[in-house]
Design a binder for this molecule. Sequence first.
Ligand code: FAD
Ligand code: MLT
Ligand code: ZN
Length: 477
Amino acid sequence: MHHGCVSQQTDGAHLPEQTLAALCAAVGPSHVLTDPDLRSTYETDWSRRFHGIAAAVVRPASVEEVGAVVEACGKVGAAVVPQGGNTGLVGGSVPRAAAPRDDRGSPRPPVVLSALRLRDLEAVDEVAGEVTVGAGVTLGTLQEHVQRAGWDFGVDMGSRDSATVGGMVATNAGGVNVVRYGVMRQQIVGSEAVLGDGSVIRRLPGLVKDNTGYALGSLMAGSEGTLAVITRLRLRLVPQLPRRTVALLAVDDAGHAAAFAAQLRRSLATLTAAELFDDDGMRLVLEHAGGQRPFRDAHPRYLLIECAAASDPTDELVDAIAAVASRDAVVASDEEGRDRLWKLREGHTEAVNAAGVPHKLDVAVPIGRIGQFDMEVREAIRGVDPEARTFVYGHVGDGNLHVNVLGPDPDDESVDDAVLALAIQMGGAVSAEHGIGVAKVRWLVPDRGEPDVAAMRAIKRALDPDDRLNPGVLFRG
Ligand code: FAD
Ligand code: MLT
Ligand code: ZN
């Protein structure tokens, strides 16, 4: 087995010996992985739909080491693919199936830059309610760290044990608490990152208000590894809300779920989540993970609501759901009962993945049109592939639906096209929280329009003129 400065043949795009030596000098030989067995988990995405071959996986442990890696790769035109927890769902965290090419058409060796060793955890700033952490810290570790200091973090999601804060900023992750705290961009107070030429941009003083020029940290949010390698973040914290109650409402359709979520947002100041799933999805979760149906009868759709506060929110939640016309409802305020209900929703991603290689379409839809979209998208998918299995779930309170399709070949994009075209036609967006990655590159212009994409390309050219960082993500190479 090799790791260190030993060159391994990839698909024709390999690194010169002197570059491998420079990488080894920068991060230490045991953190330059060239052996195919050691590289493999970094080369395939979580859904198994996207994969490529890396000339090396490099694991720097400091901003200086990241800078040295980016510079060494830049000298030979190698493409740097930043990677955090590799839980992204649009293929942006792994090398492309076909290595990117340079101006003369020669393949550029892809190097995965893993941020997992950037895991500093600074002490919580109790006065500001902020914390500074390395980009490779996982969400779960961040949560434990800030909870020990009596605080909490405003973004939460099912991939918490693997997803990193750097990856979450790079994708502008959303998750289950957006109705209360907003998306990842809204948690950023400061950032540090390495640009394509190896230079470092840093703004970490932790100022709540700071209008001193362009907000570069905000620009990092949703940049998907194409503008900079994020190395450190200063994040806003939120109060810990120890009393939680979850309700599951059985509803007629997704339109009702969206309308009820809107009504509950108005009446419940303690609302933290409003999530949707369908009965096929719930059955799949129960088959995969075990567990009991929450209701005796099957219902078309389910709306999961969570309230959190310093004092028990159960009474106000029960009063509020009594005022909406659901078919049935269960409420849980004990930890075990809450977890049981949450698993029905959060278990979808794993259950769908276990049943096949899914086409995962993460769309935003105007909230008033969720019901219509949910009906029409199923019809559109049947029109493309009558045998396909469709599961629709997501963050209905934010107008964000995850349309998951099993059946069509992973490389056949017709079902993706049908879903994304409908999202645009209905005034939505082709990505709500997962990003564009490589999966939706063809859909960036139809969704955003030429002038927006030209502006984005201008920003990319300014910060990464040689297209060193994640070529092929967001834009066609
Ligand atoms: P990766 O997958 O490693 O990378 C994602 C993108 O960010 C890539 O383009 C990569 O190049 C870039 N990147 C990573 N690190 C850096 C860095 N340090 N600097 C620059 N660029 C970087 N997403 C949601 O938004 N909401 C959810 O509710 C949600 N739930 C999920 C549940 C499960 C079970 C799974 C598997 C995924 C879920 N996701 C969800 C998707 C995923 O977890 C997020 O997109 C997450 O933000 C990715 O973080 P990561 O560290 O795994 O990044
Ligand atoms: C979710 O909300 O469960 C995630 O975004 C992952 C998925 O889409 O499966
Ligand atoms: Zn989601």
